[in-house]
Design a binder for this molecule. Structure first.
Ligand code: NAP
Ligand code: GLV
Length: 311
């Protein structure tokens, strides 16, 4: 099956490397070109595709992401209705994300930022210790990655609250909430908020002033979803007023983050370059092969998302 690599931000062939060649007997990889039509392409791998990219492929049946998120593919104007969009599910990515989130949650609990400041000034001073059980952590999104993060934080002793769109059972002591009223109830108890939502019309701008104001004063934000979830000025205002004590930001509405953006030099913000957790290349390749096999058999590819829902 012929599969096109489509991205305006990444060299996908270089990114996927030798792994993609292992299936050369089943998948013929071609680089995207901007001219003419290619009626033989039925599958694509995409990451931030050019707006008109999919016009070139009249018989395209499925587009695979190279990550958990598919928002940048769904946003492509030339993605016709009926083309399946496939995400990657990789337990190793969830594990990697869990470590990243734990780093920031514990950093807030144990006041690492204050200790770093004290070290710079050669100050030997112990701070009062806070136990994990006194720092409630809420996770927006209880999907493939949120579930792993919740389980690990709970294991570390933090009271963990999770929020999803639909009601989902959570193993005690993790407590589940859903829907708008569930969000409000959960935030009333939240000190650290971890965003692990997909970007959809419903979730865009969800990290805003109203939400921050419902959290415990002196709270902390770990933002690892998508940049468009956050209203930047509302975060800056919440940090200024002390409603939030700090934020770890891994994703931004414009990436790379512009050199002049105030987040870079803010003393209470930690910036990382969208590096919280990638899927393994092996997982991308396995997803692609499974999609090719399914399409060949006239079936829906595994991990095809619900296009109406947007994730
Ligand atoms: P997932 O398995 O699709 O889970 C999404 C979760 O969000 C589900 O629990 C879903 O609720 C919930 N949700 C969606 N819309 C909602 C809404 N309107 N209200 C409340 N809950 C809502 O996704 P995942 O694999 O865990 O990944 C989540 C996101 O993390 C990705 O889409 C991506 O944006 C981000 N991510 C970032 C990085 C990074 O490096 N920074 C890495 C990986 C992923 P239901 O359970 O009811 O469906
Ligand atoms: C990373 O951001 C992903 O969606 O996997």
């Amino acid at each position: 099956m012929r599969c096109a690599l489509v991205s305006r931000t990444l060299d996908l062939r270089g990114y996927l490397g030798a792994e993609i060649g292992r299936f050369a007997d089943r998948i013929e990889i071609v680089d995207h070109r901007s001219d003419g039509k290619d009626a033989d392409v039925r599958l694509a791998v995409a990451w931030h595709p050019p707006d008109d990219a999919f016009e070139r492929y009249p018989n395209l049946q499925a587009v695979c992401s190279i990550g958990a998120g598919v928002d940048n593919i769904i946003a492509c104007p030339s993605l016709r209705p009926g083309i399946e969009v496939v995400r990657v599910v990789d337990p190793a990515q969830a594990q990697m994300m869990s470590g990243f989130v734990a780093w920031h949650v514990i950093g807030h609990q144990r006041r690492f930022a204050t200790y770093l400041g004290q070290q710079r000034d050669r100050i030997w001073q112990r701070l009062s210790q806070r136990h994990a059980q006194d720092v409630p952590v809420a996770i927006l999104g209880y999907g493939e990655i949120g579930q792993r993060v919740a389980a690990d934080l709970s294991q570390l002793g933090f009271p963990v609250l999770v929020w999803s769109r639909t009601a989902k059972p959570a193993p005690p002591p993790i407590r589940g909430f859903h829907g708008p009223s569930g969000l409000a109830a959960m935030l009333d108890e939240t000190e650290v908020l971890v965003n692990l939502l997909p970007l959809t019309q419903e979730t865009e701008g969800i990290l805003n002033r109203e939400l921050f104001n419902r959290m415990r004063r002196g709270g902390y934000l770990v933002q690892v979803g998508r940049g468009e979830h956050l209203v930047d000025e509302d975060l800056l205002a919440a940090l200024e007023s002390g409603q939030l004590d700090g934020a770890a930001l891994d994703v931004f509405a414009t990436e790379p983050l512009a050199p002049a953006h105030p987040f870079w030099r803010h003393p209470k913000i930690v910036v990382t370059p969208h590096d919280a957790s990638d899927v393994r290349i092996e997982a991308v390749a396995a997803t692609l092969v499974a999609a090719a096999d399914a399409i060949g058999a006239g079936q829906r590819p595994p991990y095809a998302i619900d296009r109406n829902r947007g994730y």
